[in-house]
Design a protein around this ligand. Structure first.
Ligand code: ADP
Ligand code: MG
Length: 403
């Protein structure tokens, strides 16, 4: 991807008294009107503090959940706004009006060094449809656009690539924020000519979204370890029984092709932990992959596979991991995931580059107590996979080039 301008490339004196629109990712878990995990909000602070420090007026945009183009009160950004206000120690105002002229007058009346937040962008139908008029209405509120929402950078929506294009069409710049700049430093720049061996580890349950990038991965990596429910689809492709395990039938043929194509790179599980049910202590057994039968459910990789994965990770100089190895939320099925997390952290301690993408994998590293030892834990699952597979991300592609 071409190098893009970041907020650090903008002369701070040009920010003083300006209105800056910032797309953040405040798609945070909310329970009972409280933000349950404020990581994404905290990660937005460096960019916001830079802008406020330079004397800008800041208008934030974010989506939350999937309201489907209408107002869903439970998906209001109000809890995120309260959380941001207490993190910054200043009042932050939520603008619930959706018509452009009212928004414009509220923004105009606010003083510099203030933060205003527009209500959930997905309350409007035009957001996901990438409606150009909606994007232009937002663009007219400010004089610079900063995209700092890496988690949605792979989607072309009105508040991401649409707004960037509208801002550029008005003769202003669209740049990345500090969070996206850091993501690109790891996921794009550092992996352009990685130290080898380069190993990717794929798991998790979003099989269709991930299996489609494997082809691209095979052209880049030395080894590709497959675990999680993704492995089950490969087992079927190899002709093994998978019992009542999670499998995506319509991807079995693709998995068979990949097994042939990636014969020298793919490392598939040799054994599994199976259970009768996805429930703590539900009759766990260790089985060779050829021994699985009708009532069994694959819930984790087995001990032989764990040892094999550990070896491969140990000699890797660069590692990209997306997706847990099993149902790690249940302690007795978490061993494979925890062991991979430790192996990646150990490799990082020895100087390897280790990158984790994917919400659940990040949570698993956190749970295993190793997250701080990993070179980079990305805020974007889908976006990081796409970037690593060589695709361009619309939310970044639409930003102003760094000349
Ligand atoms: P990430 O968020 O890291 O991208 P995913 O969302 O794709 O990962 O997948 C995470 C989920 O995958 C977890 O909830 C985990 O329980 C589930 N999972 C992993 N392995 C299996 C399996 N063998 N069977 C069913 N679910 C699994
Ligand atoms: Mg997930």
């Amino acid at each position: 991807m071409r190098l893009k301008k970041t907020i650090s490339d903008v002369d701070p004196s040009r920010l003083n008294g300006r209105t800056v629109l910032v797309r953040v990712d405040y798609n945070v878990p909310v329970n009972d009107r409280q933000v349950v995990d404020d990581r994404r909000i905290r990660l937005s602070l460096p960019t916001l503090e830079l802008l406020l420090g330079a004397g800008a007026k800041v208008v934030l945009l974010s989506h939350l959940g999937r309201p489907g183009g209408m107002v869903v009160p439970e998906l209001s950004l109000a809890p995120a706004v309260d959380c941001l206000g207490s993190l910054l120690g200043m009042p932050v105002k939520l603008i619930t009006h959706t018509d452009a002229s009212t928004q414009a007058s509220v923004v105009q009346r606010a003083s510099d060094k203030q933060i205003l937040v527009l209500e959930n962008t997905r309350f409007l139908e035009g957001e996901i449809a990438n409606d150009a008029d909606l994007a232009m209405g937002w663009a007219e509120l400010g004089e610079l656009f900063v995209n700092d929402a890496f988690g949605t950078a792979h989607r072309a929506h009105a508040s991401t690539s649409g707004l960037a294009k509208a801002m550029v069409a008005r003769g202003y710049e669209a740049v990345s924020g500090l969070l996206i700049a850091r993501e690109l430093q790891f996921l794009d720049e550092a992996l352009r000519a990685p130290d080898r061996p380069l190993t990717a580890i794929l798991g998790g349950a979003k099989i269709s979204g991930k299996i489609d990038v494997i082809d691209a991965f095979l052209s880049r990596v030395d080894r590709l370890l497959i675990g999680g429910a993704m492995a089950n689809t490969f087992m079927r492709a190899l002709g093994f029984e998978t019992g009542s395990s999670l499998v995506e039938d319509d991807r079995v043929a693709l998995a068979a092709e990949l097994v042939e194509k990636g014969a020298d790179q793919l490392v598939l599980p040799a054994d599994f932990i199976v259970a009768r049910e996805i429930k703590e202590g539900a009759g766990m057994r260790v089985l060779d992959r050829s021994q699985i039968s009708a009532g069994d459910r694959i819930v984790d990789i087995g001990p032989e596979t764990r040892a094999r994965f550990r070896e491969v990770i140990r000699w890797s100089k660069s590692i990209v991991w997306n997706g847990p190895m099993g149902v790690f939320e249940i302690e007795s099925f978490s061993e494979g995931t925890v062991e991979v997390a430790h192996s990646v952290a150990d490799a990082c301690d020895r100087g390897a580059l280790g990158i984790i993408g994917g919400g659940d994998s990040g949570a698993a590293a956190e749970q295993a107590g190793v997250a701080s030892r990993i070179s980079h834990v990305s805020t974007g699952g889908g976006a990081s996979l796409k970037l690593f597979s060589g695709a361009t991300l619309p939310g970044i592609e639409s930003l102003t080039d760094r000349l």
